[in-house]
Design a protein around this ligand. Structure first.
Ligand code: DAH
Length: 353
């Protein structure tokens, strides 16, 4: 073989070797290819052995060509080895990755757990059930009211000192301080008596608003269930019996309740319903302001002035009314020290009910 033949052959061998190196798909495969194209038994090594039989000039030229080809192939092999090793390492990391975000079985279960009604909604429904079982119907009324329904028709004229019992959110509608967010559900008593003639036996659940700083027992948005009974011959004994039946049905026999004289402009006489504070069991704590008792409701006999406002003859009809705090009922029944928990939306709290 002449030097020229050899140079041509080297170029051809180099191309084939380079193709084979590039085609290798793994570091293992690359090692095999490498030894096949650059090793002692490779065509390149064989060509090297041919050099010995050439004359000096040809040997030098062909030797140089061979050396350069080998150097290029070795560089290529090293680059391929590096690239393949990196790809294999990445694939291994991906495969063996410990997924620390992996969810536990109990988390999967709780994610699949069905949603539920908020404690306040559950309580509203339970209270409705108790009163429906006692013969009441369920009604509702608007949350935005006029001053007349929220105050005046309830015997609370403008500038009456009792207005300070309710810190009011007024809406920017009409004359200043004429449209407001109801401070209690009592205005629905007026709507009901305007809409239908007695007898009336109704409960009215709903949302109420007061400008109050939230604390353990108060929220600026809260819920009441109003009760109104208008019939012939209704007495305070009917009211007291209804309250007693309700507290036993909702709280059970071991929670004590009491009626205390109170004052509301729309009832006469008026009373407050209190239960033993369930947080401290009557010993006194932050939640009950160290009194041992928590107010659940106001109640009383409908004041004749209210009947007059809606055109009901108070000689023929009499009635009682009550306004019960729904959130308060839930708080005492489920022993929730701070009512603010009900609106914080911490699922660990909400899930308990
Ligand atoms: N509306 C009163 C309040 O929120 C509670 C109340 C007291 C309602 C006496 C009544 C009642 O129906 O007769 O403070």
């Amino acid at each position: 073989m002449t030097g020229r033949d050899l140079s041509g052959e080297v170029a051809q061998l180099e191309r084939e070797a380079a193709d084979a190196l590039v085609a290798a798909r793994s570091t293992g495969e690359l090692e095999e290819v490498q030894s096949a194209v650059l090793g002692r038994r490779s065509p390149l090594a064989r060509a090297h052995r041919v050099l010995a039989g050439l004359d000096p000039d040809e040997r030098r030229a062909a030797g140089k060509a061979l050396h350069e080809a080998r150097t290029r192939l070795e560089t290529l092999a090293a680059e391929r080895a590096k690239a393949l090793a990196a790809a294999e390492r990445a694939a291994m990391l991906e495969r063996d990755r410990l997924d620390l975000t992996e969810v536990t079985e109990s988390e999967v279960r709780s994610a699949l757990r069905r949603g539920r009604l908020h404690l306040v909604d559950q309580t509203r429904r339970e209270l409705e059930d108790v009163f429906v079982a006692m013969g009441f119907t369920v009604a509702e009324g608007p949350e935005a009211e006029t001053d007349w329904y929220n105050f005046e028709a309830l015997n609370i004229p403008p500038a009456h000192p009792a207005r300070s019992m309710w810190d009011t959110f007024y809406l920017e509608l009409g004359q200043p301080e004429t449209v407001l967010l109801r401070t209690h559900t009592s205005p629905v008593q007026i709507h009901l008596m305007e809409e239908r003639p007695p007898p009336i036996h109704a409960v009215i659940p709903g949302r109420c608003y007061r400008r109050e700083t939230p604390d353990a027992r108060h929220l600026p948005v809260f819920h009441q269930i109003e009760g109104l009974v208008v019939d012939r011959g209704i007495t305070f004994a009917d009211l007291a019996g209804t309250i007693e039946t309700f507290t036993t049905a909702y709280f059970g026999a071991d929670i004590h309740s009491r009626l205390r004289p109170g004052y509301f402009p729309f009832t006469e006489p008026s009373a407050e319903v209190e239960v033993t504070c369930t947080i401290c069991r009557g010993k006194g704590c932050r939640t009950c302001s160290w009194t041992g008792w928590v107010e659940l409701a106001g109640c009383g006999m409908v004041d004749p002035a209210v009947f007059e406002a809606v055109g009901i003859d108070s000689e023929e009809w009499s009635g009682f009314a009550f306004g019960l705090g729904i959130d308060r009922c839930a708080q005492m029944r489920h022993v929730i020290a701070d009512m603010r928990a009900m609106v914080e939306n911490d699922v660990r709290f909400l899930r308990q009910f």
